[in-house]
Design a protein. Structure first.
Length: 391
């Protein structure tokens, strides 16, 4: 990488809360809930008119608002700097798209809402959030399956490293709609209605569809220093690819200049998918454990379900909070594990950790994958408390 990209803030909305501290507490307690987010418009948008924002745009706008506040980027700051936005998503505004099409077919195009039409494209949420927050920098949407959110963060870090942008808000979101849930079920990816997902578990049978949004603020290191911003972590390196997960993890290590034995923890993409969890476990084993090294692993989706575009950022935020608190959540309900996970350090309960360098892995059923390596900084080094600012 060229210039260093650092993380100066985070924001999220999820079924387990809307702050990194709340998410971490829930994960450590093993609380599991997937499904819709309880999104109170007045809490995030005040009295402003939110009619132009559909469900996905509301999720993106709310989570990005929290990330902007946590990183200290005021309205005046955003007028002086061109802040970029990169959003990862799988389905985006699929509910709006389907409702628009159904009404047009049922009663004719003259009866559909012009406001809804603006949200019938994949990048609508990114555009709406940028307008809402006055973000004048590059505006991008990445659709790479369940790896979309982490790829958005990696792409933003790459933009900063290349010098094309100084500050980028990056992450992802997906809403849970009847259409997306039906699609996942027809693909045979969802777990049975009588079970909860157990990532890497020996008896896993799929994931629980979830909903959420999560974003981190990435800045060039020199800009963060000039702002005297609290730096949460340094992005060391990343890699992306399709179909060769072990090569992607190894590529991220090479890009970061980090040895496998230097990885203190992994925030895994593991969701309970029979096939995808096995592929990820084999990739982590090959890239990190070949010389006997074992690495503690966290699996956020055991508690929040498969949040698709939001997943990568949620995984990263949970990992940074684990580093800040020194406590790594476990994998709830973990009993017997799959044979392919034999050399991964998986535990059902939370444990004490010392995380100096960590890896986030994101793998989708379509073959898209991404790995990101960060070095979290302790709260004491930032000059102000860690992620508790929003908690």
């Amino acid at each position: 990488m060229g210039r260093k990209a650092v993380i100066t803030g985070a924001g999220l909305v999820s079924p387990l809360g809307d702050s990194p501290a709340a998410l971490h507490d829930a994960l450590c307690a093993g609380r599991s809930t997937s499904g819709a987010v309880d999104l109170d418009p007045k809490k995030y948008f005040g009295a402003r008119n939110i009619r132009p924002l559909d469900r996905t745009a509301q999720l993106v706008t709310a989570a990005s608002s929290l990330a902007l506040a946590d990183s200290g980027w005021s309205d005046d700051d955003r007028r002086r700097h061109d802040v970029g936005l990169v959003v990862g998503t799988v389905f985006s505004s699929v509910r709006t798209i389907c409702e628009f099409d159904r009404r047009m077919l049922a009663v004719g195009p003259e009866y559909v809402s012009p406001l809804d039409f603006a949200n019938t494209v994949l990048n609508a949420a990114a555009g709406q959030a940028a307008i809402w927050h006055g973000l004048r920098g590059p505006n991008l949407t990445i659709a790479a399956g369940a790896a979309s959110g982490l790829q958005a963060i990696a792409h933003a870090a790459g933009m900063i490293a290349a010098g094309s942008c100084d500050v980028v808000l990056a992450g992802g979101a997906d809403e849970l709609s009847p259409e997306s849930a039906a699609a996942l079920e027809r693909l045979g990816l969802a777990c049975s209605s009588s079970s909860r997902p157990v990532p890497f578990g020996g008896g896993r049978d799929g994931f629980a569809p979830g909903e959420g949004a999560a974003f981190v603020m990435l800045e060039a290191e020199d800009l963060a220093e000039r702002r005297r911003a609290a730096v949460r972590a340094v992005v060391r390196g990343f890699a992306t690819g399709c179909g060769d997960e072990a090569r992607v993890v190894a590529g991220a290590l090479t890009d970061a200049g980090v040895l496998p034995q230097e990885i203190d923890a992994v925030s895994a993409s593991a969701s309970g998918s029979v096939e995808v969890d096995a592929r990820e476990a084999r990739a982590l084993d090959a890239a990190l454990c070949a010389r006997g090294h074992t690495v503690p692993v966290i699996a956020v989706k055991a508690c929040v379900g498969e949040t698709l575009g939001a997943a990568g950022a949620l995984q990263l935020i949970a990992l940074l909070e684990a580093a800040r608190t020194g406590v790594l959540p476990g994998v709830p309900r973990l009993g017997a594990v799959g044979v392919e996970t034999a050399r991964l350090d998986l535990r059902a309960g939370a444990r004490a950790v010392d995380i100096r360098t960590a890896l986030v892995s994101s793998i989708g059923w379509d073959g898209n994958c991404c790995a990101l390596i960060v070095s979290p900084l302790p709260a004491a080094a930032t000059g102000r408390p860690g992620y508790d600012a929003q908690g």
